[in-house]
Write a protein that binds this ligand. Sequence first.
Ligand SMILES: Cc1cc2nc3c(=O)[nH]c(=O)nc-3n(C[C@H](O)[C@H](O)[C@H](O)COP(=O)(O)OP(=O)(O)OC[C@H]3O[C@@H](n4cnc5c(N)ncnc54)[C@H](O)[C@@H]3O)c2cc1C
Length: 204
Amino acid sequence: MSDDTDDTTSDASVLVVGGGPAGLSAALFTAKNGLETTVFDTDETWMHKAHLFNYLGIGSVGGSEFMATARQQVDDFGADRRQGEEVTGVSETDDGFAVETADGGYDADYVILATGANRDLAAELGCEFTDEDVVDVGVEMETSVDDLYATGAMVRVEEWQAAIAVGDGAAAALNILSKEKGERYHDFDVPADAERVFGEQLAE
Ligand SMILES: Cc1cc2nc3c(=O)[nH]c(=O)nc-3n(C[C@H](O)[C@H](O)[C@H](O)COP(=O)(O)OP(=O)(O)OC[C@H]3O[C@@H](n4cnc5c(N)ncnc54)[C@H](O)[C@@H]3O)c2cc1C
């Protein structure tokens, strides 16, 4: 289950830049597990051009329909999704990051970049890039800048799929959760958790 036995609490905050499959997947995991999570998105996800037949567990779904369900899911777990708010700058501070948007400024302990194939913010922050000019990350999706993560299309040369982006976001979020909880973390639920999560909706 999602660690009901773990009473470690955290007041860490996570800012996610980009609300496509990668960013929303990261936000789902961090919000679901109690981290203050904000997502900024300008709604130019490639998913609006796609129709998925290759997302395991889903036979056929329109990309925009997939996004609507994903957005509802992260909203239900308490993420603050700021649709239409563009991030114009990210900088390091003494104790985390400062994010600038057209509407204001925000501070965070962690930033997850999920801006599709646009890598400008990662470059401005001084992240290392690979020889093939994508943001250099390992399987945990952390960049060369501590507590700054890069996910989805920006870390891959062309091999772009929704399922891969969703996995990248989840990996980044789990790594942040592991840091906050002080031990390797996993988000496992079992059937008995459904009633707790969905409550009366389950009976309808
Ligand atoms: C025509 C087409 C068909 C496709 N078909 C399939 C398919 O059948 N199956 C499949 O698996 N994949 C398919 N894909 C690929 C899939 O859409 C991508 O792999 C996936 O969308 C990548 O997810 P992402 O989260 O990395 O980036 P994106 O989905 O591109 O999301 C990035 C988001 O970040 C936002 N953003 C960017 N910069 C900022 C900023 N500064 N501030 C705030 N927000 C920002 C953008 O507006 C966007 O919403 C298709 C793609 C295309 C173009």
